[in-house]
Design a protein around this ligand. Structure first.
Ligand code: GNR
Ligand code: NI
Length: 164
């Protein structure tokens, strides 16, 4: 297993739209294992393949409390969104920045596991927020896109001073 490098905002590669996975092979299994290792090393509670410059629809999540966790999702799709919830979010690609974002409160997601078996799962709370955050990465979006222009500029200025 390998810890991969995480891209940082405003790297344009974070804007790439991920492609669907079509082969459930050993390479996919290695990608999932590397993503877990990279997420735990960071440490973070979720990671999208986009963040390690792999543009395939693969996300991993481990919010700790939820059962069963850790989770991985291949080709995830949100098939139900209900309610609105505000939560303070962070992102490994936007280090040191924490802002409140509105998202659906509860979700239903359809995805495949690394063996190609389809499943559906309902989630709420932190797990639901995290899954929505990761799926947005696969679309080339970041949580800071939802903030005002003023805040976005301030964040880019702050990140440029981090020198990482
Ligand atoms: O580690 C992470 N914490 C987090 C906190 C609130 C909402 C979303 C997240 S995901 C983030 C890891 C990350 O950047 N995933 O893409
Ligand atoms: Ni993120």
């Amino acid at each position: 297993m390998t810890i991969r490098e995480i891209l940082h905002h405003p790297d344009e590669r974070l804007r790439t739209k991920a492609e669907s996975v079509s082969k459930y092979d050993g390479k996919l299994e290695t990608l999932v294992a590397d993503m877990f290792e990279t997420m735990y090393a960071a440490p973070g509670i979720g990671l999208a393949a986009t963040q390690i410059d792999v543009h395939l629809k693969v996300i991993v999540v481990d919010c700790g409390k939820q059962d069963p966790c850790p989770l991985h999702f291949i080709n995830p799709e949100l098939i139900r969104l209900e309610g609105i919830e505000q939560m303070e979010e962070g992102c490994l690609s936007v280090p040191g920045i924490f802002e409140t974002v509105s998202r659906a409160e509860s979700i239903k997601v359809r995805a495949f596991d690394k063996c190609g078996i389809q499943f559906e799962m309902e989630a709420d709370g932190l797990l639901a927020v995290c899954i929505q955050h990761e799926i947005e990465h696969l679309e080339g979006k970041l949580f800071v896109d939802m903030l005002s222009n003023f805040k976005q500029k301030r964040i880019i200025k702050k990140l440029s001073k981090l020198n990482i």
